[in-house]
Design a protein around this ligand. Structure first.
Ligand code: URA
Length: 766
């Protein structure tokens, strides 16, 4: 007997498992399809009543859907043993039943998770878009499964966005069918642009065949294939590569146009750098939708297609229009026929134009429009355009030297590993060969942690085995030098332009805590200068001939920020009286006769304090027994009760508001706090606020330094590096100190600020 109408139970491997019928009214506002019932669902006889169901209910409420006003069902009605995903056969046996059920439901389907999407044959990657399922002949919106979100709590933001877009309803879906108008000549371009009112918002974007915008000695830069402009959803203007490169008047026409309108782009720094370097046109970007989304919620994906799906419900037009011409995402866009590329590119600018309006409204609602968006983020984006265009000089001889040294180290460590392993053929890049040696030949014990797979040689496994055999530190050493060579030498050399400069890509949205990151080359992840290799690699970077580098660095920026936020008297006193904080702490912890070693320990802990490290991580890094570390932390906290109180208030804010906020209006969101991320939240609600504030002081300084005509080449953590003519170095160094110290005083006046600016030829000099 079938358990439900049309179910093919007699053929189904799950026929003897307990089953859970659907719940709710077929006319309900929200029709939910999940994967299959879990233990609690079986116990209560209803779908989505366990942990996932509770989260689902909370998110439904958040987006304005009454959890009672839902119809809930699953791809399979019976519980797959051990909570596994149902097999294709099981799904197929239950599918006629699901089709029959959904026939009677009124509203579109919300498909939760991959199994539901696969059963309905819709594209699981297009979460947020309205799609059509031929299987059930209904409109469907795919979304994350709440069970996944319980494991990855930061994804709650995405689940909320997906359900919000479902709640807006199918009727809110935007359909863009813009006309694509090609500018046929410079004169025609002028005519088209005259249609645009002064001061209008204009979305712009370029398509390029790839992302390299500058020439290297043996390789030409990539090229602009077209420029698209839109100030109205009904049409987009396309300027071809021919018009861009072959008609010098085009640049003038575009520049004049950009000067009289307000421009918006998605990740517009990329387009601006290309346009400025290739045809000397500066689009003066007023608004960047990607950066706006990042400020609104650092947990959200930032891709234009995903945002278009979530905001407008539209399916991925990249897949529809151009993906078939490309082998991979990095493939050459000139393979795409211009007509399709233009159609795609115009949709991009229309979506950007429409997103801008929504994002501005939300930023204003949050009180984030003026600060940080308009007074930090957008000016930072402009300043970094200059920094990227300028580049950073590499000393070719130093690069060769470091390269040679690291290659010798690789050979040396390879030889050492082979000797220890007793295998002259050992390939140290092969995890299989290393695993064989570690676990079979040397019979080291398999670490007992569920996080470490059997036979693994990953970093966690090596850490667990570090005291077991001399081969372990040797492998670690080999991997370290190999990685340094690859990331900081081998991958960097081909990035140099004809003058030997590299032009890193600065990501304002690169970290969740709001710090900048840099790619190609990764200049910010180079080890500290006091590291054996960190100094050497930094030493490859220099000022060009006749110029000097100025390295201006905030002293203890994060601890000063912490003092201001927490108002901890111990910290405030130390800074106000210009006493050495590390010695002050050592005195408080160990008495007046503290030793140098005591001060070192206190220094280490002071810096890690703002990261909220546990006694275990402290014990590990300071080489102390856990009990000693625990006592240390206890006493340290007793010395700084106000700092401890502030930390716990931060956590309460995170719980209550779902986010914490800096004085510059940057937020770190914690949409869902569970056992999985509790420790993480406790740490980041403190650390983000401190790190982001110190970083924004640096960023604001960078903007001013650049605006005053001192050319910046890099910013790492709380330092700014500029490159100036030798004769101006002294003056520029003093000015940079002034700007940075004043910035600290202006926003965080409770402590004095100290900046040291050094004049150097190389980034690091021993
Ligand atoms: N997960 C599902 O997919 N369905 C339920 O009913 C409960 C949890």
């Amino acid at each position: 007997m079938a358990k439900a109408p049309k179910a093919l139970c007699h053929q189904c491997p799950l026929k003897d498992e307990p089953f859970v019928p659907p719940s709710g009214d077929a006319n309900a506002r929200c029709v939910i399809v999940g994967e299959g019932p879990g233990r609690t669902e079986v116990a209560e006889g209803k779908p989505f009543v366990g942990q996932s169901g509770k989260l689902l209910d909370a998110v439904l409420k958040e987006v304005g859907i009454d959890p009672e006003d839902t119809y809930r069902t699953n791809v399979v009605m019976c519980r797959p043993p051990g909570n596994r995903a149902p097999t294709e056969r099981e799904v197929n046996c239950c599918l006629p039943r699901l089709k029959e059920e959904l026939k009677h439901t009124k509203n579109p389907v919300l498909a939760l998770g991959k199994s539901a999407c696969e059963a309905l044959k819709i594209d699981w990657t297009q979460r947020g878009a309205w799609l059509y399922s031929d299987v059930v002949e209904k409109t469907v919106k795919p979304a994350w499964h709440p069970a996944y979100v319980l494991r990855r709590p930061s994804e709650a933001t995405m689940l909320i966005a997906e359900l919000r877009s479902y709640a807006r309803g199918e009727g809110a879906q935007r359909i863009f069918e813009p006309e694509v108008i090609w500018a046929e000549s410079p004169k025609h371009l002028i005519e088209l642009l005259l249609r645009c009112p002064d001061d209008a918002w204009v979305a712009f974007d370029i398509e390029t065949n790839n992302v390299m915008w500058y020439d290297r000695p043996d390789k030409m830069s990539d090229a602009i294939l077209m420029l698209q402009l839109a100030w109205d959803v009904d049409f987009g203007v396309v300027v071809s590569d021919e018009l861009i490169y072959d008609y010098p008047e085009t640049a003038e026409i575009l520049q004049e146009f950009f000067n009289r309108v307000k421009t918006v782009g998605h990740n517009a720094k990329f387009d601006a750098v290309f346009l400025r370097s290739h045809i000397g046109v500066n689009p003066n970007v007023t608004f960047d939708t990607l950066l706006a989304q990042y400020i609104l919620d650092e947990n959200m994906p930032l891709g234009l297609k995903t945002l278009a799906a979530l905001e407008f419900g539209i399916a991925d037009y990249e897949k529809e229009l151009i993906s078939m011409f490309l082998k991979s995402r990095n493939d050459d866009y000139s393979k795409i026929p211009p007509v399709q590329l233009a159609e795609y590119g115009v949709l991009d600018v229309i979506c950007t134009l429409e997103l801008r309006e929504r994002f501005e409204e939300r930023l204003r609602e949050n009180g984030q429009y003026e600060t940080p968006f308009m007074d930090i983020i957008m000016p930072a984006s402009h300043a970094l355009e200059n920094v990227e265009l300028r580049g950073f000089q590499i000393d070719g001889d130093a690069l060769k030297k470091v390269s040679k040294l690291l290659q010798e180290k690789i050979e040396e460590t390879t030889q050492k590993l082979r000797d220890i392993a007793g295998d002259p053929e050992l390939n140290p890049n092969s995890p299989q060969q290393l695993s064989e040696i570690i676990y079979h030949k040397l019979r080291l014990p398999q670490p007992r942690s569920y996080k470490i797979k059997k036979g693994s040689t990953n970093a966690a496994a090596l850490e667990a085995l570090k005291d077991e055999h001399e081969i372990i530190p040797a492998i670690k050493q080999y991997r370290r030098v190999k990685k340094l060579f690859t990331s900081y030498v081998n991958n960097v050399a081909p990035l140099r332009d004809k003058e030997g400069r590299v032009h890193g890509n600065f990501l304002i949205y690169g970290t969740e805590v709001g710090r900048l990151s840099v790619r190609d080359p990764a200049l910010q992840t180079i080890a500290r200068p006091d590291d054996e290799y960190g100094g050497m690699i930094r030493g490859m970077y220099c000022a060009k001939p006749g110029y000097k580098l100025i390295h201006a660095d905030y002293s203890q920026a994060e601890l000063r920020v912490m003092a201001c936020y927490s108002q901890e008297p111990f910290l405030l006193d130390a800074y106000r009286n210009d006493r050495d904080l590390h010695s002050e702490v050592a005195r408080a912890m160990y008495g007046p006769n503290f030793t140098k070693a005591d001060r070192v320990i206190c220094k280490m802990f002071n810096f890690s304090y703002v990261y909220g490290g546990s006694e275990y991580s402290f014990a590990d890094s300071a080489g102390l027994p856990v009990d000693t570390a625990r006592n240390f932390v206890r006493q340290y906290n007793a010395n700084m009760p106000q700092a401890l109180k502030w930390k716990s208030e931060q956590f309460k804010r995170a719980q209550k508001q779902g986010y914490v906020e800096t004085i510059f209006g940057r937020r770190r969101h914690f949409p869902l706090i569970t056992r999985t991320n509790l420790d993480e939240v406790r740490k980041s609600c403190v650390h983000m606020v401190i790190a982001s504030t110190a970083s924004d002081l640096t960023l604001k300084s960078l903007i001013q330094i650049e605006n005053e005509g001192i050319p910046v080449v890099l910013s790492v953590h709380d330092s700014v590096l500029a490159e100036v003519p030798e004769a101006q170095a002294e003056e520029a160094a003093r000015r940079m100190e002034q700007i940075m110290e004043e910035m600290g005083r202006k926003y965080l006046p409770d402590v004095p600020w100290k900046v040291d600016a050094e004049i150097r030829q190389h980034w690091y000099e021993s």
